[in-house]
Design a protein around this ligand. Structure first.
Ligand code: FAD
Length: 466
């Protein structure tokens, strides 16, 4: 491949304003939030239409150049980071909300729309797009689909996959698949969109999406509870599932995370005492329904029975945001603990506490000087751990081996939400059988025989296979 020929062909195909090189490139962010390595891309491509994405991929394929697909670059798995000799293709200019159908509750959007902008646009029409995560201001819906993002409300609305009606995807050779269904029911042959959801940009580039909306809840009730044990938290989850019809989030924070988050944000705890475990519970309700009253009655009973040691109920929207900020203090903590490992695993909820204690013991024994902060989405068995700082990469690798090996023993998943990218690539065998990995490779080769799209992400390169 001759670099100059490639850049000339791209500039001719997309227009030079959409092909950044040199100084114009240096001003741009081209790596995600992980600590995975990243090279300076040969060029940053900023197509404006699906046709331009297709043209860019066709040209790159013809010139034998690999492409790092980039959304909002909030990923934590390094999948969007360019490797040596790659071109970066950003979806950020495909940022049009094409339609919000307020009757059917469907939105059709381009992939580069940020999650927060979509949420705001839907709210203007009395609907909500219920996927929600801390990176909402920067992450893009295309990236959310490519990673099958989860977040705070999976318990009620499911993961991104459950909210997608249809996709438009461009394959590595420039073929455009327009599968923008507007109905849930479509059993006409294979449901091909599912292949691309969660495939982390390695099978195709998502350019447009049709999405299912939910009615905007008229009321939201948020409560922070101090718990004496994880078993109490589990029992509270069980009883809230049966008592709170609108249960929408059930988050857990162990004391180490809670304290560090308060400290990083310069805040004091809204609860009078310190507890080993905290839960953040949220329920939603429609107009005329008594969300607050039913939550307060439920809490009263939980406190009387000793299940909840203490609780604070948010009385205003600002107080709700303040409570959520404790759980969402991840970005501040990631910054403090860098270079760190941000784990995102899942395990049967009944074994979560056992896993936390096992990991905490082992990590503290080997790395007593580091912080090990545990928290997660208890409602769906998703455990997060921020562990660091690890200035020595060998120590970071050892911590990863330790955590993923243990998760494998617990028959959990090494990636609940964030994806594999390059960061977890070498640990995939802890969660997937060899036959599954082989099938993934065969699909990759079938859809992208030259290995143009995100090669070496999800699984390592191997002889004859991208
Ligand atoms: P990027 O980081 O740009 O890319 C992620 C991957 O998707 C890469 O492999 C990339 O190649 C691919 N990709 C991106 N766009 C496309 C596209 N249009 N077509 C094909 N492939 C594409 N994640 C959760 O699931 N739940 C959380 O609660 C959560 N909380 C977070 C909180 C913080 C503070 C941060 C920094 C991150 C969090 N994340 C969370 C991780 C991240 O926000 C999600 O993975 C998000 O979906 C990534 O979207 P993005 O647009 O930033 O994608």
């Amino acid at each position: 491949m001759k670099r100059n020929d490639l850049i000339d062909a791209l500039a001719k195909g997309l227009g030079s304003a959409s092909v950044l090189t040199g100084e114009r490139l240096e001003l741009r962010q081209t790596r995600d939030w992980s600590d995975a390595g990243a090279a300076q891309p040969l060029a940053l491509l900023l197509p404006r239409t699906t046709g331009e994405v297709a043209e860019a991929l066709r040209i790159c394929s013809e010139h034998g150049c690999s492409v790092a697909v980039q959304g909002g670059l909030t990923g934590l798995a390094g999948g969007a980071n360019p490797l040596d000799g790659e071109v970066a293709l950003s979806l950020s200019r495909l940022d049009r909300i094409e339609e919000v159908d307020a009757v059917a509750g469907i939105a059709v959007v381009q992939a580069g729309v940020t999650l927060e902008r979509l949420q705001q646009a839907c709210a203007e029409h009395g609907w909500t797009f219920p996927l929600d995560l801390g990176a909402r201001g920067s992450c893009q819906v295309g990236g959310n689909a490519a990673t099958n993002a989860g977040g705070n409300r999976v318990l009620r609305y499911g993961m991104m996959r459950n909210l997608i009606l249809g996709l438009e995807v461009v394959l590595a050779d420039g073929t455009v698949l327009t599968m923008l269904d507007r109905v849930i029911k479509n059993n006409a042959g294979f449901d091909l969109k599912q292949l691309f959801i969660g495939s982390e940009g390695s099978l195709g580039v998502i350019t447009r999406l049709s999405l299912m909306l939910a009615p905007e809840p008229a009321q939201r009730c948020t409560v922070l509870c101090g718990m004496q044990s994880f078993d109490d938290a589990l029992e509270l989850l069980r009883s809230s599932k049966s008592s709170l019809q609108g249960l929408s989030a059930f988050e857990v924070m162990w004391a180490s995370y809670f304290d560090a988050s308060m400290e990083a944000q310069g805040k004091t705890s809204p609860l009078a005492a310190r507890y080993p475990v905290y839960t953040l519970v949220e329920s939603v309700a429609g107009a005329g329904m008594a969300a607050n009253e039913s939550m307060e009655a439920f809490l009263e009973q939980a406190i009387e029975s000793g299940l909840v040691a203490d609780a604070v109920v948010a009385q205003t929207g600002t107080q709700q945001d303040d409570l959520w900020a404790i759980r969402e203090g991840v970005s501040e903590l990631l910054a403090v603990a860098k270079p760190c490992a941000a784990f995102d695993v899942s395990v049967a909820i009944t074994r979560m506490d056992e896993l936390v204690h096992r990991l905490e013991d082992q990590l503290k024994r080997e790395f007593p000087g580091q912080k090990h902060l545990f928290f997660g989405h208890l409602g769906d068995g998703n455990l997060h751990l921020i562990s660091g700082p690890y200035p020595d990469p060998k120590h970071l690798e050892r911590a990863e081996e330790l955590v993923y090996g243990c998760v494998g023993l617990f028959q959990g998943s090494i990636s609940a939400e964030h994806g594999i990218g390059v960061v977890k690539r070498d640990f995939l065998h802890h969660s997937r059988a060899q036959a599954e990995i082989d099938l993934m490779r065969r699909l990759k080769v079938m859809l992208d025989p030259q290995g143009t799209l995100n090669p070496g992400r999800v699984f390592p390169l191997s002889a004859g296979v991208a």
